[in-house]
Design a protein around this ligand. Structure first.
Ligand SMILES: [Mn+2]
Length: 376
């Protein structure tokens, strides 16, 4: 049996440019903590190797502190082999932090665009991989690839790639190439959302996703995959298990405030909606509250953000449509008011069906004028 941890897309030292200097420093610290948590998990679960499938760094810029931190972490687990495949954000170029790093002997970095391998007889494992040497890699790294005569029982791929996008600038690999590769498992990086565990021929493959979300496009718990390769009577088996390493969790909470009228009611409803996300560690969730529905007055988003900041809410997005402010519409000289006045005779029709249709038409029209998606 061979067991390893599959992680990717750490993006250490990301800039978090939308945040204040102290907030962005805190987020960079969370990224390092997620990394530390991953390594601790790997040791506790008896991993012989940790495969880091690209974008360990966010860019060619990396602080000396981060390099010292990484060396310290790698040294802390001398029995674990760390295999790194540089990706599009941290290519193995002449300016690469990898060249400045002084990593211990248990770190193995792919430095060439051409596919190569590290053989670990003690783990019965061969890890294939390659490096981005610049931010774009248009060739197909697995084209014409034929695995060597197997020196070990298990062979895996550690790669930063975009699958099934043949013209991608991110080292494209097709499923048929994976199927022909003979790898037992392909550990992939690049897609931060992660993927399902899939199979191409005999090769099991997956994107593990990033280890720590960086913004609201990366919501939910983030982590890696614990992979166990073994052999039973009928052949090889590949087991995978998700592990969570993220320290902070980006979360979007939708709140329909259609039936609420006062600011106080809205605030109370918001607190109730957020309550499941109040954890022991008050700072675990980073919350965006999205207000939806139809309202007669625009909600006080700024006040609400301030009121809810202690609950982990960093922003309130007003996605409501201000609809039934008829008085306002009567005196509105924009196209909204003109539209309303055109609909008015139908809205006051004797015919119930016509009134219903007019009410819907008004609603849809105002949504369209507000440039908002129509909800059910
Ligand atoms: Mn990435």
């Amino acid at each position: 049996m061979t067991r390893f941890l599959h992680i990717a897309d750490l993006h250490l030292d990301s800039r978090f440019s939308g945040l204040s200097p102290s907030e962005s420093a805190a987020r960079r610290s969370s990224q390092r903590q997620a990394f530390s948590r991953a390594l601790e998990f790997a040791e506790k679960n008896g991993c012989g190797a940790v495969l880091i499938c690209g974008d360990l760094f966010d860019s060619e810029f990396c602080t000396e502190n981060t390099l010292t931190f990484l060396s310290g972490e790698f040294s802390r687990y001398p029995k674990i082999k760390f295999v790194i495949s540089p990706g599009n954000h941290d290519p193995y170029s002449s300016d690469s932090p990898y060249l400045a790093a002084d990593f211990p002997d248990n770190v193995f970095i792919f430095k060439d665009k051409k596919i190569g391998a590290f053989v670990f007889p003690d783990l019965n494992l061969t890890v294939y991989g390659y490096a981005f040497t610049s931010p774009a890699y248009y060739e197909m790294p697995l084209e014409d690839f034929r695995p060597d005569e197997n020196q070990t029982e298990f062979t895996v791929l550690c790669a930063h790639t975009e699958t099934d996008a043949p013209f991608s600038p991110y080292a494209p690999i097709t499923k048929s190439q994976l199927a022909a590769s003979g790898f037992d498992y392909a550990a992939l990086g690049h897609i931060h959302a992660g993927s399902e565990i899939s199979r191409a021929g005999q090769t099991v493959f997956a994107y593990c996703g990033c280890a720590e979300g960086r913004d609201f496009s990366e919501c939910g718990e983030k982590g890696g995959l614990l992979v166990t390769l073994s052999h039973d009577g009928s052949g090889k088996t590949v087991q995978t298990e998700k592990a969570v390493f993220s320290e902070r969790i980006y979360t979007v909470i939708d709140l329909d405030i259609s039936s609420l009228s006062s600011d106080e009611e809205i605030a109370n409803a918001a607190v109730t909606a957020i309550s499941p996300y109040r954890s022991d560690s008050a700072k675990k969730y980073i919350i965006r509250l999205k207000l939806r529905g139809t309202v007669s007055n625009e909600p006080e988003s700024a006040k609400l953000t301030e009121l809810l900041s202690d609950y982990g809410v960093v922003e309130v997005v007003d996605d409501t449509v201000c609809l039934y402010n008829y008085l306002g519409l009567e005196n509105d000289y924009s196209v909204r008011g003109q539209f309303y006045r055109q609909m008015l005779p139908h809205l006051m029709s004797e015919d119930k069906q016509e009134r219903k249709i007019a009410k819907n038409a008004l609603k849809y029209g105002l949504y369209a004028l507000a440039g908002k998606e129509l909800e059910n």
